[in-house]
Design a protein around this ligand. Sequence first.
Ligand SMILES: [Zn+2]
Length: 85
Amino acid sequence: MERKTSLRLSCPHCDAFARVRKSQQLTPLYREAVVECQNPDCGWRGKLALEMTQTLTFSQSPNPDISLPLAPRLRNTFMQQMSAH
Ligand SMILES: [Zn+2]
């Protein structure tokens, strides 16, 4: 059985399920989406920002244009490796 992982969003006002209506990739690290509350008694719409913020595991095919801060734990490991050489 296939398992899909998707973002479960809830409306900040009424906590009902909020659905992503459309999204736009603005940069390789940043995406914006319009979300719409599915509760007809609420009717809230808003904007959602999705941003890649950290590297947890290094890419095997890194893009030189992308520079993301390393997660603190990864940075410590990296520093230890660097100072060991
Ligand atoms: Zn709502």
